[in-house]
Design a protein around this ligand. Structure first.
Ligand SMILES: CC(C)(COP(=O)(O)OP(=O)(O)OC[C@H]1O[C@@H](n2cnc3c(N)ncnc32)[C@H](O)[C@@H]1OP(=O)(O)O)[C@@H](O)C(=O)NCCC(=O)NCCS
Length: 139
C-alpha cells in the first residue's frame, strides 16, 4: 500500500465500519516500521486492503476490508493469503485478530485459513455493543 491509495482505503473503511480509521491514522500507521499493508486493485482502483502489525515473531491483523461491490469474489481470501504467506516466510509463531461475534463472513474467511477461536472479549465493540471473538493462526 502506498500513500496514493489512502483516499480509497479510507472510503472503504467508512463503508465497512462504524468506527472507521481516519485517513490520518492510516497514514501514520503506514509509516510505522512494524506495520504491513497490502491492497487489492482492479483497473488500478483499490477494492480492498489488509493491515497488520508484526513485532518479532507475532502478527496482529488490524483490519481486512473489501469494497461491498466486490465481495464474494475471492478478494478477501487473496488478501489474507498474501499476509499469511509473508508471515510464513518470516517464521512468525502466530497471527491473531479480533472479530465481531456476529461477523459470520469474516469468521468464515479466517477459519478457511486455519484461524481458530482462542478466546472472547465481552462487550469489546460499541455501536453496536458486541463481544469480540479472538482468533489465532499458529504456524
Ligand atoms: C470479510 C470480508 C473481508 C470478506 O471479503 P470477500 O472478498 O467477500 O471474501 P472472499 O470472497 O474471499 O470469501 C472468503 C470466504 O469468506 C467467507 N465469506 C465471505 N463472505 C461471507 C458471507 N457473507 N457469509 C458467509 N461466509 C462468507 C466464505 O467462507 C468465503 O469462502 P468461500 O468463497 O470459499 O466460500 C468482507 O466481507 C468485508 O470487507 N466485510 C466488511 C469488513 C469486515 O467485516 N472485515 C473484517 C473485520 S475483522
Amino acid at each position: 500500500m502506498q500513500v496514493s491509495h489512502l483516499d480509497r482505503v479510507s472510503e472503504i473503511e467508512k463503508m465497512c465500519f462504524s468506527h472507521p480509521w481516519s485517513r490520518q491514522s492510516l497514514e501514520s500507521e503506514l509509516a510505522n516500521d512494524t506495520s504491513v499493508f497490502f491492497v487489492a486493485t482492479e483497473n488500478d482502483e483499490v477494492i480492498g486492503y489488509i493491515g497488520a502489525s508484526i513485532v518479532l515473531d507475532e502478527g496482529y491483523i488490524f483490519n481486512v476490508a473489501v469494497d461491498e461491490n466486490y465481495r464474494c469474489r475471492g478478494v478477501g481470501s487473496a488478501l489474507v493469503d498474501t499476509l499469511v504467506t509473508l508471515c510464513k516466510k518470516n517464521n512468525l509463531s502466530f497471527l491473531t485478530l479480533e472479530v465481531r461475534q456476529s461477523n459470520i463472513g469474516a469468521r468464515s474467511l479466517y477459519s478457511k485459513f486455519g484461524f481458530i477461536k482462542v478466546g472472547e472479549r465481552k462487550d469489546y465493540y460499541s455501536q453496536p455493543k458486541e463481544n469480540a471473538i479472538l482468533m489465532t493462526k499458529y504456524f
